[in-house]
Design a protein around this ligand. Structure first.
Ligand code: ADP
Ligand code: MG
Length: 676
């Protein structure tokens, strides 16, 4: 007898070999198989006769096979099977391509249901490669699974069916009281109906229950992760050194920056650790806020850590902050994946001895052997790039550590509540003075010659340019799509021959990237061809032009982040989005960038259009992958589960009660999958 934890290889008809195919889909045990939900359904329950069906309709027809299969080889490796069916009134000519198994399994005078496109003309009806099942099992709603090459949707359906048939009642995960309160069907019924629904209504009920459970699990898991940091703290800040810090800056802080620093400092004086989100559009000056806090924390005798999502950004923070804070005798070090082993050892030793005040780095910072002497403050920059677990691990490096997360990505309120829950929020709603609006244009490549001239003029004035190319998979052979390498070659041999062109992309070694980035920041490179590796945080105020190739391949929020790399100084900046896309929709999306400069506004549009790289698609904000729920579409359920999660925790904060054990397991399962 199977149970939910049984390895799928024990399901009848699976075995070792096929189990591997399932493993590739992330399916290892019966539980994960049953939670591999259909992507959509085909309704074979509403059968029609040939006379009732329209020409060209996708339809299920009950029919009897009336002639044996005739085989014809069309060419090598391609066999055609022909046979006839009758629905009692009309004849249906069926052709099957290459599917020997199906052709051999069909028996004359047996009853079947055929599903597919029905072609009718005056003399006959025909179906080409319809799906065919026996009548007694075929007339129902069929699940369609996201299949992979060797594992067809049909094969998955059969295995799911076998598993369900040999499984007892699936144990319930939600307490009766929750199910009653929110009107949810049992898990057993939901799982059975989501795979093989009896009706649309049953399917809707099943979905509701499963979406609710998934979002509830997510909420509880997030709340639990967070509560780890809600202890007391002894790391209170005694004195505020912001005034002193300001003397290190070449500019005056904006009102918003001052306010944010004050709010954070206030937090750090309390007996619970600070847990704050600093949200500010690109270029609003979040780094200076972080630096101010680091200053105060270090002057109070604690250490600080700053984690950035890319080596480039970490390196840049290191260069900027060590120059700024070094003047005040604050020792800054950089630790990334590419730091040499010997240097790493030394840095770790000095960190433990308290000889380093601020450690900047990538996720190398959260490795187990990185130990601080007395860590007081953890800052994560552009935090949406990190998984939730990563953030938590860094904070766990000290007890009661203050945390600040800095993010330029505006997020919808509901999602914000999940991600940041009880975080306090400071907003930088003011840009540093002297910034000029960036002029944005959407053009096609016919404009290139003029554009290059325009860029050369800027370079002649001593300014610098970015050219951004989308990341191109090697398998992709789309016309007109060039990789950054190709593009850099082309420019340096063509329009920009004799110019010092730099190239920056994700596959380069970190040291090479640093070299290129330094050369660009130092002005030695006048034109930088790059992929989105420059998307986050990079700050070269002298760069005034950004050209984005194949702009239709980027998400709007991503374009906004990219555009934020220019317009950082006092000189007028230009962003040129190049797209040869014929799609009206794509053009329309890109024009949003011309219309709006406000990141929040653009994020809204991004949500509405859900283009490539959208907010909930690729980058899920480090949240666990959802199997059935959709953050946007299931917003209402999300609100309900929020309320429900709080109710559960109010009664049973540690989820110790027997009725909550199954949920606990669910949470562990969901968050176990969270790789960093
Ligand atoms: P982001 O919020 O995108 O991380 P940065 O911290 O990189 O922004 O700051 C963007 C640019 O603005 C930097 O060049 C920084 O030196 C400059 N800057 C920050 N604060 C001020 C200010 N108050 N006045 C003038 N320039 C500032
Ligand atoms: Mg930044």
């Amino acid at each position: 007898m199977l149970n939910l934890n049984s390895n799928i290889k024990y399901i009848k008809g699976v075995g070792e070999k096929r189990a591997e195919l399932f493993n590739k889909l992330g399916i290892f045990d019966v539980d994960s198989l049953l939670r591999f939900f259909p992507r959509k359904y085909e309704d074979w329950s509403n059968t029609k006769s040939v006379l009732e069906a329209e020409n060209g309709e996708n339809v299920a027809v009950k029919a009897t096979m009336i002639t044996p299969v005739k085989e014809a080889m069309i060419r090598r490796g391609m066999t055609l099977y022909k046979c006839r069916f009758s629905d009692g009134e009309s004849i249906i000519n069926v052709t099957i391509f290459n599917n020997k198994y199906l052709a051999k399994a069909l028996r004359v005078y047996e009853d079947y249901v055929l599903y597919g496109k029905l072609e009718k003309n005056f003399t006959a009806a025909s179906m080409s490669s319809p799906k065919i099942e026996k009548l007694d099992t075929g007339v129902r709603v069929h699940p369609i699974y996201p299949a992979t090459g060797k594992l067809t949707s049909n094969a998955i359906a059969k295995v799911v069916k076998t598993a369900l048939d040999s499984l007892g009642e699936i144990p319930e995960t939600l307490s009766d009281s929750i199910r009653n309160e929110y009107g949810l069907t049992s898990l057993d019924r939901a799982i059975r109906q989501i795979h093989f629904p009896d009706s649309d209504r049953d399917m809707a009920e099943a979905r509701k229950r499963l979406i609710f459970e998934e979002l509830l699990t997510l909420q509880l898991g997030m709340l639990k992760l967070k509560s780890a940091n809600k202890s007391e703290t002894s790391l209170q800040i005694k004195r505020d050194y912001t005034k002193e810090f300001c003397t290190l800056l070449p500019y005056e802080l904006t009102g918003a920056q001052k306010r944010a620093i004050a709010e954070c400092t206030q937090d750090m004086k309390k007996s619970v650790p600070m847990a704050r989100l600093l949200q500010g559009d690109v270029g609003s000056g979040k780094t200076a806020v972080g630096a101010g806090l680091v200053y105060t924390v270090c002057k109070n005798g604690y250490q600080a850590a700053l984690m950035a999502p890319t080596e480039i950004l970490a390196f840049q923070h290191y260069e900027g902050l060590s120059a700024m804070l070094g003047k005040a005798d604050i020792k800054v070090e950089l630790l990334t994946g590419s730091t040499k082993a010997k240097d790493k050892r030394e840095i770790k030793a000095r960190l433990m001895a308290g000889e380093i005040d601020l450690l900047i780095g990538t996720h190398a910072l959260i490795q187990n052997d990185v130990e601080f002497k007395n860590l007081g403050l953890v800052i994560t920059d552009e935090q949406h790039r990190f998984g939730v677990k990563q953030r938590a691990s860094l904070a766990e490096k000290g007890k009661g550590v203050h945390t600040l997360v800095m993010s330029a990505t505006p997020i919808p309120r509901t999602l914000g509540l999940i991600l940041y829950g009880d975080l306090d929020i400071s907003v930088l709603d003011e840009l540093p003075p002297g910034r000029q609006e960036i002029r944005t244009d959407v053009v096609d490549s016919r404009y290139n010659a003029r554009l290059y001239k325009f860029m050369k003029d800027a370079i002649a004035r001593g300014e610098q340019c970015y050219v951004i190319c989308p990341m191109v998979e090697e398998s992709e052979e789309t016309e007109g799509l060039k990789s950054a390498e190709q593009f850099a070659d082309e420019l340096s041999q063509g329009a920009f021959a004799g110019y010092n062109i730099g190239l920056l992309h994700g596959k380069m070694k970190p040291k090479e990237k640093e070299k290129v980035m330094s050369a660009f920041a130092g002005g030695d490179i006048c034109l930088l061809v790059a992929t989105t590796v420059v998307e986050v945080g990079v700050d070269v105020p002298n760069a005034t032009i950004m050209v984005i190739e194949n702009a239709e391949r980027f998400g709007l929020s991503q374009l906004h982040q990219l555009r934020g790399r220019i317009g950082r100084g006092s000189k007028k900046s230009y962003c040129v989005l190049i797209s040869d896309s014929k799609s009206e929709n794509a053009k329309e999306r890109l024009l949003t960038m011309k219309k709006y400069s406000d990141g929040f506004r653009i994020a809204d549009e991004d949500l509405k259009t859900r283009g490539p790289g959208d907010f909930f698609g690729e980058r899920q904000h480090g949240l666990p992958k959802l199997r059935i729920a959709d953050m946007l579409e299931d917003m209402e359920v999300l609100m309900l589960t929020q309320e429900c999660a709080h109710k559960i925790l109010e009664r049973d904060y540690n989820l110790d009660l027997p009725e909550n054990q199954a949920l606990c397991t669910q949470i562990n399962n969901m968050f176990r999958e969270l790789t960093y």
